[in-house]
Design a binder for this molecule. Structure first.
Ligand code: MG
Length: 225
């Protein structure tokens, strides 16, 4: 048995498939961006994003801004106004039922079980905290945000840097040795290990490759908590 007080979850490749982001979320935003801007142009939040994008893109009118944003999206450039706009589009999609997060089948039952047993659950993902709340607020297993005690994004630091995990441990007030991090990315697990966290390497496609420095699992219910 692993003795932990808190479980910190990655999202892509750990609780949802990587394909959900690349084949659903990003295309959803890309297809709706021009029309979304047209419909919401006069709202202060969208107007501020358009101003910021105009400055960042060095262009002058709305049409050119939209073209520039689509260009950034195609190149997967993480430009702040684009990220902000994508989140607004996702928010609308989640609220009107066009988007729903497809979790791996073992995820919600395990999260409910761990939560019921007093473990605190957190998210640490490169997507913004706002996007994380949307993702967990609208899943195929319902709204899971009541199970979550907090969210961290790259504002706390890069996912491959040990200091990020030290800061998270401090923020949640749990000794690092009693925090478990679940991720599909070896470098993230290495960084968490360096910060003295416990780790499980999620291998959703099945255990592959040589046994590594991390405990490995294919499903949450195979983790001995
Ligand atoms: Mg991942």
């Amino acid at each position: 048995m692993m003795t932990v007080d808190a479980v910190v979850l990655d999202i892509e490749g750990t609780t949802t498939s990587v394909a959900f982001a690349t084949e659903v979320l990003y295309p959803h935003a890309r297809e709706r961006l021009p029309n979304y801007v047209r419909r919401h142009r006069n709202e202060p939040e969208v107007a501020a994003i358009m101003d910021e994008a105009r400055d960042a893109g060095g262009v002058w009118n709305d049409e050119a801004v939209v073209v520039r944003m689509c260009h950034w999206m195609e190149r997967d450039q993480k430009v702040t106004p684009l990220k902000d706009l994508q989140e607004l589009i996702w928010e609308e999609g989640y609220r009107n039922g066009e988007l729903m997060t497809p979790l791996y089948a073992d995820v919600a039952p395990a999260m409910r079980n761990w939560h019921a047993r007093g473990l605190r659950l957190y998210i640490y993902s490169s997507g913004s905290v706002h996007a994380q709340r949307l993702i967990y607020g609208h899943t195929v297993a319902g709204d899971l945000t009541p199970l979550l005690s907090g969210y961290f994004d790259t504002r706390i630091g890069h996912k491959r840097a040990a200091d990020s995990y030290r800061r998270i441990a401090e923020a949640i007030g749990v000794p690092p040795q009693r925090i478990l991090f679940l991720s599909d990315v070896r470098e993230e697990l290495d960084a968490a290990r360096e910060a003295e966290w416990q780790t499980v390497w999620m291998m959703r496609a099945g255990l592959a490759g040589p046994a590594a420095a991390h405990r490995r699992a294919t499903r949450f219910d195979r983790i001995p908590l």
